[in-house]
Ligand binder design. Structure first.
Ligand SMILES: [Fe+2]
Length: 322
């Protein structure tokens, strides 16, 4: 092993590397305070090397930040093949997808909005969904994905989860690829208006907020649309951001639209957003089990129509999530 020179590194999972394929960037292991070269650029990441890492309990490897572009190109070129590689367990493939999606969406949410960097990262994420839509909406991968995507407090964790459920539910309605993708991107970005809001506010239960705090908080759909207004977001995605807190009984916000005034893909995001809220640990609440979340959604007659909830329950049942 070679001692690395001074550099900055970012963490990745070994699972993201396709076994027995050449990796176009150096891979390092962390050893105390330094990083040591494990697999040099251009060399094959063999199954034996992956096994060596697994046996040593190493779940994080590192890439030099200067190789970030090579890394993203590699992910783009290999993820679909990795997802379709049946020699890799479904659990590992689901973990690999989650790692890639989390890294890309974290970058997207941390960009200084709006600007060219945001647009570039948006396109990268869109490519990720486009290329993995088949994987995301098959029952078995979905069941495995929900084990990984349910973790994390950050807005982008919730965004990825909502996106996966929304892509699946849109496909229940037989929407075309473009509509599914637009709704997926709207679901991913639906809470982007929360980015930059006071941390203490975001850690408060919306139901327990003071009127002043609530007024600020409920601005987030409008802020979200404003930050995304600088590039051509499809109208379906814009609607999902703007209206994801509307309800068919007209008691939502920001416009109190009701029934079919709220477009169907937006109602899809409203439902998936609420389901993920209920099943995710938050600083102010504990996650409930999928069955209990669906019970609570069934009792809440005014969020979306019963038929939509029925389709949602059907897809979760098919994936054996409930
Ligand atoms: Fe929201």
């Amino acid at each position: 092993m070679t001692q690395a020179t001074k550099a900055e590194y970012f963490p990745i999972s070994p699972l993201i590397l396709r076994p027995d394929f050449k990796v176009p960037f150096d891979i390092f292991l962390r050893h105390d305070d330094s990083h040591v070269l494990f697999n040099a650029s251009g060399r094959t990441m063999t199954k034996a090397k992956r096994k060596e890492l697994a046996l040593a309990g190493i779940v994080t490897i590192y890439v030099d930040k200067r190789s970030r572009r090579l890394y993203h190109d590699y992910i783009r070129a290999n993820l679909l093949d990795l997802l379709e590689d049946e020699s890799i367990s479904l659990t590992e493939r689901a973990q690999a997808w989650t790692n890639a999606a989390t890294a890309l969406s974290k970058e997207l949410f941390e960009t200084n909005l709006p600007g060219p960097a945001f647009k570039k990262r948006y396109v990268r994420f869109q490519e990720l969904i486009r290329s993995s839509a088949g994987f995301l909406s098959s029952p078995e991968p979905l069941r495995n994905l929900t084990r990984f995507i349910g973790k994390g407090y950050e807005t982008y964790h919730h965004g990825i989860s909502t996106m996966i459920y929304a892509v699946n539910l849109m496909q229940e309605y037989k929407f075309g690829d473009d509509e599914v993708l637009a709704c997926g991107m709207g679901a991913l970005l639906h809470d982007i208006g929360l980015v930059g809001m006071d941390k203490a506010l975001l850690e408060t239960d919306p139901a327990a907020m003071s009127p002043a705090s609530r007024q600020i908080f409920t601005m987030h759909p409008l802020i979200g649309v404003r930050v995304c207004a600088h590039f051509d977001l499809p109208i379906i995605a814009t609607n999902c951001i703007l209206f994801h807190h509307e309800r068919i009984d007209g008691k939502g916000y920001p416009t109190q639209a009701s029934g079919e005034e709220i477009p169907l893909p937006t109602r899809v995001v409203a439902l998936c957003n609420r389901y993920d809220d209920l099943t995710r640990n938050r600083p102010y609440s504990r996650a409930v089990k999928p069955f209990d979340a669906l019970k609570s959604l069934t009792d809440d007659k005014g969020l979306v129509e019963p038929d939509m909830l029925k389709r949602f329950i059907k897809l979760l049942s098919r994936a054996e999530i409930v």
